[in-house]
Design a protein around this ligand. Sequence first.
Ligand code: SF4
Ligand code: SF4
Ligand code: SF4
Length: 644
Amino acid sequence: MNIIKARRIAQVFFFLLFVWFCVVTTVGERWWQWRGWPVNWFLQLDPLVALGTLLTTKTVYAGLLWGVATVALTVVFGRFFCGWLCPFGALHQFIGWLGRRWKKHAERVAMNQFRQSQVIKYYVLIALLSAAAGGLISEALRLPHRKPAVASLLAIGGLLILTWLTTRKLAGRFKSAVLWFSTIVAVWIGIGLIAQPDALAAASLQTGLLDPIPLVYRSFNLVVLTVFDGIGAANRFYVAAWTITLVFLAAVLLNLWIPRFYCRFICPLGALFGVLVRWTPWRIGKRVGECSGCELCENNCEGACDPFGTIHTSECLLCMNCLHACRKAKMGYSLNRSASGEDEATGVTRRGFLAAGVSGVVAVPAARLGGFLDHNWNSNVVRPPGALAEEDFLNRCIKCGQCMRVCPTNVIQPALLEAGLGGLWTPVLNFRIGTSGCQLNCIACGNVCPTAAIRPLTLDEKHGAGDFATAGPVRMGTAFVDRSRCLPWAMDMPCIVCQENCPVSPKAIYVREEFQVIENGARIIRSATTTNLQLDGAALRNGKLATGDYFIRLENETPAERRLITENSANAITVAGNSAWPEAPEAGRRALIEVRLQKPMVDPDRCIGCGVCQHECPVSGLRAIRVTAENESRNPRHSLTART
Ligand code: SF4
Ligand code: SF4
Ligand code: SF4
């Protein structure tokens, strides 16, 4: 078997494995549904997931240590992940192959030529990592402000070391190093003393927007698989899926123009690998300087790294096409440097590095001008059970969509802008969508989240039982009754749906029972038997009063003597035989038709914000009972009543 066949088999295998992991990430009884499959494996292999969360949280969640293995293998062998393992890369390669199938040799060579603009992906990476490092930068800036003595000592120490170095070796670059160092320290101390570091820089984990692995997980979970969901599992629907579709389609279709467009120009993970392979011992290159010049290597090159000329090692995806295409076997993968020259530089300039880094850092406070993390927090953003406090949550969520996929009720939806710009595509609960609110006995989302943005809970912890009895249940928010829309409160219409469906025990919804005379309910009796009254006045709707919620009593009877209506026609009302009047009421007397209203009230100590009541509320459109995030247990500052 030649190397190309081996690579294709690997790509197909890993792509299908990835699709399989997405398919099985649903909760259910079917044999193929989630049963401990390592569904996050590709996310765990992705070192950018680990690096991003490391910068924002200073910790790495256990499973993400797989990324270290990817880094180690890349440093030794090159970008094997891009060429052999990445499911998104395989998709790009396939579409790119479709796009160039009918192209002539010269056109294909032109498509695959190296372009300076491939450097863009490195700037994307720098901007995303700087945004993630904003918290660390802010801490560093705070140092001169909080501990001026420590900061000054550090600065003086650094200066002394550099001065000593420069006086020993008076080379020009050491002088310039001293100059740079002094300027940076002066700016650092200056900013730290006069500015508000928190307003200047803050962490924001946005790597998931463009990191190919979360991107492809999100796209398959929320877009591609929803087309087939009806076949094996319940139909899914995601409100903001159109935005995800646009990005996914653009990324995939651009391959028709330039193969592996995303990998060559945008992919921040590819850029990270590009930096890592700078010192890799194993590399693709020409065995001899001279060759026939057929450029078949360029014709087939996936990375556009110029294997024919001076090869750009950081761009090589290890597709091995050049090895296979070269009829004279002049290309090789070995420990030797390319005979026609190598360029290991990424193309990043110092100015570009600074501009991308500063843009990443500055973008975060600018994006947070809405103040969604502070007093202006949006209580309509209800997060899944076990979600960390909002800032910590945003510092961990990579927008992979795994929680949305696994949720058996489809209540978890990708946010648009309701959680701020930084919260784009993070999970929020939308209780109008799906088959129910959050299920009382489900803890799936926390168990699948690859970064612990949603903590893995036990059922005991979720219910506030056993060891967690003192802490109480995990609350996502609180249900509020909108009395201007609730049928019993606003329209004298009997309804008890929310109370009946509330799953907690004892129920978090209790009712205030009241009897009201219905509109035009005081009627003159035309004739009567002991169980049936013929009434004057406007016609009643047939059967409307026979629901078990309507009663009738004579005007001089006490409330306790009201009788349940079992039947009604336009002008007649019948009561049950066992509650018949002892004698037929006289004609001309007044009877009162009453409705029993059970007006719902919520006990905030019991309500966990599961949203089942909101989902079941029969008022279509804006529900009459709605859950918002007040009282959520993940953030004590979001208590029910505002603190003064
Ligand atoms: S715990 Fe609730 S929100 Fe999370 S997956 Fe289960 S039903 Fe969905
Ligand atoms: S919260 Fe959901 S979208 Fe965010 S990282 Fe966890 S599983 Fe992925
Ligand atoms: S949100 Fe609260 S009141 Fe509504 S069903 Fe859930 S626990 Fe009951």
